[in-house]
Design a protein around this ligand. Sequence first.
Ligand SMILES: Nc1nc2c(c(=O)[nH]1)N[C@H]1C(S)=C(S)[C@@H](COP(=O)(O)O)O[C@H]1N2
Ligand SMILES: [Mo]
Length: 321
Amino acid sequence: MLIKRPEAIKPSEITDQATYLERRRFIRDSGLLGVGVAATLAGLPWAKNSWAEAPDRRPFPELRKSPFSIDEKLTEYEDATSYNNFYEFGTGKSDPKENAQSFVPRPWSVVVDGACEKPGSYDLEDFLRPHPLEERIYRLRCVEAWSMVIPWVGFSLGDALKRFQPTSRAKYVAFYTLHDPERMPGQKRQVLKWPYREGLRMDEAMHPLAMLAVGMYGAELPNQNGAPLRLVVPWKYGFKSIKSIVRISFTEEQPVCTWNQVQPNEYGFYSNVNPNVDHLRWSQKKERRIGNWLKQETLMFNGYAEQVASLYSGMDLKQYF
Ligand SMILES: Nc1nc2c(c(=O)[nH]1)N[C@H]1C(S)=C(S)[C@@H](COP(=O)(O)O)O[C@H]1N2
Ligand SMILES: [Mo]
């Protein structure tokens, strides 16, 4: 199937900004926009997860819908793009949006190395080309006990990894964020050991739920959400979902992971969402869904237990937290 990535979209196919604003104005003037409008819009088939939620990014038309999607109310686009963790752009929740505006996530390449037959440095376009994009609505549970529901755009991580033909020595896969303090000003301070690094066991990485995302809400990723390429591992705490990836490395040993490196007694390598294993400093039993008043129960593996629990059978999840 031929997939149109933003680069391949003809201008005539894109609703331009003016038309978009016109449409938006029409919706507002006709009284649709207001209290509860997100719910209203979300209920309309043409508007559900529409790129109209992401006016500043180029849309991905004709996304296929993934059967992995959950049926829960989406977090408001505004919340998902202004309440972020992305320490490369500052440690406050509103810092990433503010400080990532001038970041240009192009040109971009991804180095693939380590235990594989096809290592190399790939232009982002070449890296993405073989993969049909789809929309997947996933829960995102931060270790800080808040959560969101986000419609990602991307594809299964495993489909990408297979192309590089990992060898039998590949037991883990490591991910690295761009390290460029001029473009990521938060890296001028040593709040973390840069670059941000994350990792998965090979079987976790190959699980179809693990995803590489290039967009959200039907359009390209905003910078603050990890443009142009990020990981999304919905059954793990949010910090495993590393942003702005420039290197993927197949390793024999368990890779160093940034938060685990900083506080190994608070942030484990696995970091599977688990209401029964408290953080050293707070309970993980409940979470605040951004946009809701009342807290809700946190689900085992963030609600993905049926799909992923078998990856950890026989493991003591209190020990391997
Ligand atoms: N490179 C990098 N990736 C990162 C982070 C970060 O600080 N740097 N924060 C993580 C954390 S703690 C969370 S909860 C999610 C937040 O993703 P979002 O801002 O898109 O919701 O990104 C994760 N990925
Ligand atoms: Mo997080």
